[in-house]
Design a protein around this ligand. Structure first.
Ligand code: RIB
Length: 274
C-alpha cells in the first residue's frame, strides 16, 4: 500500500544526498587502532545515507525522487541497484568515481564506517519546492539550496558538522545533537532507548523501539529518519510518527546491510501490531 496523506494524496518526497557502494567486512569484534584481525565474511551492498533514506521512504510507499551523483565507473550501477529496485526516480550527475563506504560490522551489531565521498562531492545544488530530505554527506551549499524553496525541509544532520540553517525537522542522534541543534521540530535518537521529539526545546513526544536482536546498526538511523518524515507527511500524530520511526530503525538494525535491511510498509505494520 502506498504512503498517502490523511487527505488521500500520495506522499511526494525529494531526497538530495549521497549514493555509495558499501564494502562490508563482518568480524567478531571491532579492531583496536593499529590491530589486524580476521573477518568472517565480505559483502557489498548499495548504501549512502541519501540513497538509503530514499529507498526507505519508497519502501514505505512514498513517491521519491533522488538527486545525487555516481562515478563514471563499474561501481555506479551496483550502487544504484537498490534505488532502481525501489522505483525511486533518479536525477543523477556522473563524475569521477562512485562513493565508497568501508564498513566493519561486529557480532553485536556495532559498526565502524569510513566514507570516501568520490562523486558525492559533485552533487549539484537544486531547489525543489515540495517536501525535501537531506543529510550531510553532500556539501553545505547543496543542503542550503535544497532547503531554500522547500515547502517542508527535513535534515538528518549525519555525519554532523556545523550548518547555518533551521530546518522544519532536524533528526540527530545524541552526539550529532551536540553539533547541530536548531530545528523547528527536533528528533533525537537514543539507540535502543528510543527517541524523543522536541518543539521549542519542549518534549512533545517520546517512543521506545520494539525489542529486536541487533545484527547490524548500518542504516538504522536512515530507516528512522525516512520513516519519521514519511509518517509526518502522511499527517500522522507526532507520537505515532515517532513510534513508527523507532520500529523502522529497529527492523533495520535486526538485518545485515544498508538497503537490504530497510523495512517495507507491510513489515512495519506487522512489527507494530505485535
Ligand atoms: O547510514 C549508513 C550509511 O552511511 C552507509 O550505507 C554508508 O554508505 C554511509 O554513508
Amino acid at each position: 500500500m502506498g504512503a498517502h496523506t490523511l487527505l488521500g494524496m500520495a506522499v511526494e518526497l525529494t531526497v538530495v544526498g549521497s549514493i555509495n557502494l558499501d564494502l562490508v567486512a563482518r568480524v567478531e569484534r571491532l579492531p583496536r587502532p593499529g590491530e589486524t584481525i580476521s573477518g568472517s565474511a565480505f559483502e557489498r551492498f548499495p548504501g549512502g545515507k541519501g540513497a538509503n533514506q530514499a529507498v526507505a521512504a519508497a519502501r514505505l510507499g512514498a513517491h521519491v525522487r533522488m538527486v545525487g551523483a555516481v562515478g563514471n565507473d563499474p561501481l555506479a550501477e551496483e550502487a544504484l541497484d537498490g534505488l532502481r529496485a525501489a522505483g525511486v526516480e533518479l536525477e543523477l550527475e556522473h563524475a569521477g568515481t562512485t562513493g565508497i563506504a568501508l564498513i566493519v560490522v561486529a557480532a553485536d551489531g556495532e559498526n565502524q564506517i569510513v566514507v570516501i565521498p568520490g562523486a558525492n562531492a559533485a552533487v549539484r545544488p537544486v531547489s525543489p519546492r515540495g517536501a525535501v530530505l537531506c543529510q550531510l554527506e553532500v556539501s553545505n551549499d547543496v543542503v542550503a539550496a535544497a532547503a531554500r524553496d522547500a515547502a517542508f525541509f527535513a535534515l538528518n544532520a549525519a555525519p554532523a558538522r556545523p550548518i547555518d540553517l533551521v530546518p522544519d525537522l532536524l533528526i540527530v542522534n545524541r552526539l550529532e545533537h551536540e553539533v547541530v541543534s536548531r530545528g523547528r521540530l527536533v528528533a533525537v535518537t537514543y539507540g535502543a532507548d528510543g527517541a524523543a521529539l522536541f518543539e521549542h526545546g519542549l518534549e512533545v513526544a517520546r517512543a521506545a523501539p520494539p525489542t529486536v536482536d541487533a545484527v547490524d546498526g548500518t542504516a538504522a538511523g536512515d530507516a528512522f529518519a525516512a520513516c519519521l518524515v514519511v509518517s509526518l507527511l502522511e499527517g500522522r500524530p507526532r507520537d505515532e510518527a515517532l513510534r513508527r520511526a523507532c520500529a523502522a530503525g529497529a527492523l533495520a538494525a535486526s538485518r545485515l546491510g544498508a538497503q537490504p535491511s530497510l523495512p517495507t510498509a507491510g513489515e512495519l505494520e506487522a512489527i507494530l501490531a505485535t
